[in-house]
Ligand binder design. Structure first.
Ligand SMILES: NC(=O)C1=CN([C@@H]2O[C@H](COP(=O)(O)OP(=O)(O)OC[C@H]3O[C@@H](n4cnc5c(N)ncnc54)[C@H](OP(=O)(O)O)[C@@H]3O)[C@@H](O)[C@H]2O)C=CC1
Ligand SMILES: N[C@@H](CC=O)C(=O)O
Length: 430
């Protein structure tokens, strides 16, 4: 039965995502009301620039005083799409204190302070939902938290940043260099004027922290995630990847250790076989591959950013929170009951592709192979090409720990026949 008193919703932020949330709330008002069981009323919109024209929004709803808005006391749901740490964090906790549940798309904040925000929501008996914080429109948080709650997730392997996937895809398909591909991503509006958060892997690391925490029912903070950006990936790396039957992707990888006693979370560029489903994720799309005990392998794919796709995830949360509100209940909160330690990168085990510049003279290969053997790193294949006394040596290893590989590379650098280490790339998804 439809309740007549509307659910009052405040929108904090009306930019790329917020403006689409407001638009869909208006255009889909009847459907949303039917799904929730009560109409939804936009009660206020907090922004920074009050004079900016906001199509479809009653100017009387606009305010620059977000704090006063969340303190009104009559709000049912606050949608936080400002981004960043402050004032978003204080506004969210103030909203709980004043009786509202919260829907947020703020991955940076949730990766850093998710535990404290969940505790605040629980203390006040309110919901905190954030499907939009990871991979935009793609349903991931709810499937991991609810649909797979009876299973045991062992690995989450994902392309969770559209900007970097666009750049790497461009480099792969056209042979373009990093800067040229970045310039195109900027011109097309994928990359922001300051692309640091994307290309240096901060954005993906925040998403990896959120995914790992939910997938393994433990607590993983942004600081726990090993992060390497993709600015050093070269056309030569793509050529090497092609020779291996691979491409290169910026991957977020969250793994449970084989003994189940710890987890790891990391973001870095990696070679991935062309036969792996993630290899065919093109352009600015996102995809996340989940491996679990009972279900086997699952893949989630779709647009990971943009106003309308991200608003879709926000509105899904709005419906869920609205229903909880009407039912006088809250949804599943944080599921961090396992308290598994997060291991350091040194303990991660994977394969490596290493390109060395070496002197082209007798005995070099044996010298290099000895260093690998001394550090317990087993070689899978070696390829050497020499010209005019110089050579390049490409070594692909069997699975080894990052610590063992690090020691190997340090020792290789000390050999007088090794002129330099041209690149080191992990090989994943085999
Ligand atoms: N854009 C995307 O594709 C995606 C974004 N997200 C997340 O969604 C959130 C919003 O992103 P996006 O819409 O792109 O960001 P925008 O920068 O486009 O919008 C931010 C909005 O917040 C308002 N704002 C900023 N500071 C304040 C403040 N102190 N008080 C009140 N309002 C303020 C701005 O006001 P004004 O309009 O006046 O400048 C603007 O309306 C972020 O957490 C982001 O990480 C998640 C997935 C994808
Ligand atoms: N900058 C992000 C957008 C939102 O998460 C991306 O490129 O994927």
């Amino acid at each position: 039965m439809m309740r007549t008193r509307p659910l009052k919703v405040a929108l904090l932020g009306c930019g790329v995502v917020g403006s689409e949330v407001a638009r869909i709330m208006t255009t889909h008002a009847d459907d949303l009301a039917a799904r929730i069981g009560a109409p939804v009323e936009l009660a206020g919109v907090a922004v920074r620039r009050p004079d900016k024209v906001r199509e479809g929004i009653d100017p009387a709803l606009i305010t620059t005083d977000a704090t006063a808005l969340v303190k009104r006391g009559d709000l049912d749901i606050v949608v936080e799409v400002i981004g960043g740490i402050e004032p978003a964090r204080t506004l969210i906790t103030t909203a709980f204190e004043h009786g509202a549940s919260v829907v947020s798309a703020n991955k940076a904040l949730l990766a850093q302070d998710g535990a404290a925000l969940h505790a605040a929501a629980e203390e006040h008996g309110k919901d905190l939902y954030y499907e939009a914080a990871v991979a935009g429109a793609i349903p991931l948080i709810r499937p991991l938290r609810e649909s797979l709650a009876g299973d045991k997730v062992n690995r989450v392997l994902g392309i969770v940043n559209g900007t970097t996937n666009f750049i790497l895809d461009k480099m792969d398909s056209t042979g373009a260099g990093y800067q040229e591909a970045l310039d195109e991503a900027t011109a097309l509006g994928y990359a922001e004027a300051d692309p640091t958060a994307d290309v240096e892997g901060f954005d993906a690391a925040a998403k990896a922290a959120i995914l790992a925490g939910i997938a393994f029912h433990t607590r993983v903070r942004l600081d726990d995630v090993h992060r390497e950006g993709m600015t050093e990936v070269t056309a030569a790396d793509f050529a090497s990847a092609k020779e291996m039957g691979c491409t290169i992707k910026l991957l977020a990888i969250c793994e449970r250790a084989e003994d189940g006693a710890s987890v790891t979370a990391r973001v870095h560029p990696a070679m991935i076989p062309l036969s792996h489903p993630l290899a065919s994720v093109r352009g600015a799309y996102n995809a996340v591959f989940v491996e679990s005990d009972a279900s086997g392998q699952l893949m989630f794919y779709g647009p990971g950013a943009g106003g309308s796709p991200t608003a879709s995830a926000v509105l899904g949360d709005l419906v869920a929170v609205g229903r909880n509100r009407l039912g006088g209940t809250t949804g599943p909160g944080e599921s961090a009951y396992a308290a598994l330690p997060v291991s350091s990168m040194g303990e991660v085990v994977t394969r490596y592709h290493i390109s060395l510049d070496v002197a082209d003279k007798p005995g070099v290969l044996a010298q290099v192979a000895t260093v690998f053997a001394e550090h317990g790193v087993s070689i899978d294949t070696v390829r050497q090409q020499g010209k005019d006394g110089e050579a390049s040596l490409v070594v692909v290893t069997h699975r080894a720990s990052d610590a063992a590989l690090g020691g190997t590379v340090e020792a290789l650098r000390k050999l007088d026949t090794v002129r330099g280490v041209a690149s080191i790339m992990r090989v994943e998804g085999e």
